[in-house]
Design a protein around this ligand. Structure first.
Ligand code: SF4
Length: 412
């Protein structure tokens, strides 16, 4: 194969062949029926309301398509995946069943590719990979199927542009998340590229205090210690926070990213005045449209909050965590990883009760109201519809009701 033939970003033209299989594995007729009825349906004493945007986004759709196409295109080859294709345990399990092997990173997010041979095929996930991982794989010479989402590539372009112009990238994101690591690595395309990652407003305020030189700000040493893992090598807060541009992981809470950018700009104005800030601060919202639409749909639903909200998606899925966090401020919310978190026998639910990734699961017994109630449903961008349908069926079963048999026959 020539160099060109070992790198694929547009699939293999097998979409029509793999679509029926993907549809059969991830489709839910029940979910489609509720959508067709205007996102609301009543089953027994449960009124089900579906958010108007939920589930698989365009980037995930594409990544899953390409993974299935890859397996079909190279049936005899060893196929690897760098990390998880998306953050959904069910979809990742399907990848394993198709004999796609997973390469996992170490605690610092670095991948080890020594087992990959030139004859192998490696799929890059929707979140992308770091420059270093990409270059290492190119050197091996294996076939690369790159499913990095176009919205992630836009953030990379922005961050690379900041580095090229001598601006530090301040990235609102989780430094352990694959996408943020890959995004931060883009600054290394330029010799003096720098980044600093802030997870939330509390961390952003520490940076603001430092920039503005406020009383009680962290000392230089404490700042470096606090952001040691979240900044580029050789980061110097006195030098590298003089000019910066803000970007974010595509799946953060949009309102948080906006507020963080505004606070950072205000700190630069406080330190050096508006004319200086106008020249030396840049901002570009990089929340992807799919994340934005799912968050907007939840906000719309919460104009009249349901009694209970179930949010379905991987516990390590950033966009799902933010959807659940948003819902919690309006109503009783359960973030479940999978429909199996709802136990029909005992009537219990296992869920992640907090935003923090490391928050342990909690089991609730009396979680459903006694009389008629409204149940809201949404799902993260990496959750297939069949998992939403299965979760709903489980709740209905606990309530002793079920959709019409015609619906059940076509779906779960
Ligand atoms: S959540 Fe957004 S950035 Fe991530 S894969 Fe989906 S569309 Fe792309």
């Amino acid at each position: 194969m020539t160099i060109e033939q070992t790198y694929f970003r547009k699939g293999f033209g097998l979409k029509d062949e793999v679509r029926p299989l993907i549809e059969s594995e991830y489709h839910s007729a029940l979910v489609e029926e509720i959508r067709a009825r205007g996102y609301q349906a009543r089953y027994g004493d449960v009124t089900v309301r579906l958010a108007e945007e939920f589930g698989f986004c365009y980037g995930v759709d594409r990544a899953v398509d390409y993974a299935y196409e890859t397996r079909r295109k190279f049936p005899e080859k060893t196929v690897y995946l760098v990390g998880e294709i998306i953050h959904n345990p069910h979809v990742n399990q399907r990848m394993r069943e198709m004999d796609i092997r997973f390469l996992y990173p170490d605690s610092k997010g670095r991948f080890e590719f020594s087992e990959v041979e030139p004859a192998d095929v490696v799929i890059l996930p929707a979140f992308g990979v770091t420059i270093e991982a990409f270059e290492e794989l190119r050197k091996i010479g294996c076939v690369l199927v790159d499913t990095t989402c176009g919205s992630v590539l836009l953030v990379w372009k922005r961050v690379e542009g900041y580095a090229k112009d001598g601006f530090t990238s301040v990235i609102h994101g989780k430094f352990k998340h694959e996408e943020s690591r890959a995004t931060a690595s883009q600054v290394r395309k330029h010799p003096n590229g720098r980044y600093l990652m802030v997870r939330d407003m509390d961390e952003a305020e520490l940076v603001c205090d430092y920039i503005a030189g406020r009383p009680g700000k962290l000392s230089r040493e404490d700042f470096l210690e606090r952001f040691r893992e979240k900044s580029s090598d050789g980061f110097d807060p006195d030098r590298d926070l003089e000019r910066f541009g803000v970007a974010n992981q595509t799946t953060m809470l949009a309102s948080d990213s906006l507020a963080i950018g505004q606070r950072l700009e205000a700190a630069l104005i406080e330190a050096r005045g508006p004319a200086y800030a106008a020249e030396n601060y840049r901002s570009f919202g990089t929340i992807c449209s799919a994340t934005q639409e799912r968050q907007d749909a939840v906000v719309k639903m919460m104009e009249n909050p349901p009694d209970i909200m179930i949010v379905i998606g991987g516990y390590n899925s950033s966009n799902t965590n933010h959807l659940a966090h948003l819902c919690r401020s309006y109503t009783k919310t359960f973030h479940i990883q999978d429909s199996l978190c709802i136990d029909v026998e005992t009537g219990e639910i296992r869920h992640k009760p907090e935003l923090a990734a490391e928050a342990p699961e909690r089991t609730e017994t009396e979680w459903l109201p006694e009389g008629p109630f409204q149940l809201g449903l949404t799902a993260g961008a990496s959750t297939p519809n069949n998992k939403i349908g299965e979760a709903l069926l489980r709740v209905l079963e606990i309530r002793g009701t079920a959709p019409e048999p015609s619906t059940l026959a076509q779906s779960e």
